[in-house]
Design a protein. Structure first.
Ligand SMILES: [Zn+2]
Length: 86
């Protein structure tokens, strides 16, 4: 099918994992945002993310706690592991 998937950089992926560990605590009110590009297949109703979205963690009043770019294409499994996807 040739769908391109971005791997991102290892540094960014690690930063994102670290940010989730730091801010996404059980019972906490952390909001997770994945900003996909307009062309992303996931937004068009597909199952695969083929962009390189910006990941953002916000607190309960919308302040940005962490923002990570270039961590690669989004996989739903990413957040099943953390168990806090809303
Ligand atoms: Zn995407």
């Amino acid at each position: 099918m040739g769908t391109e998937v971005f791997k991102g950089s290892r540094k960014s992926r690690r930063a994102w994992v670290a940010a989730q560990k730091k801010y996404m605590r059980p019972g906490g009110l952390t909001h997770l945002q994945v900003k996909h590009d307009d062309f992303c297949e996931l937004l068009a109703g597909g199952y695969l993310c083929n962009c390189n979205p910006i990941r953002v963690l916000k607190d309960d009043v919308g302040r940005i706690l962490a923002l990570v770019e270039n961590a690669g294409s989004y996989s739903p499994l990413e957040f099943l592991r953390s168990g806090q996807h809303d």
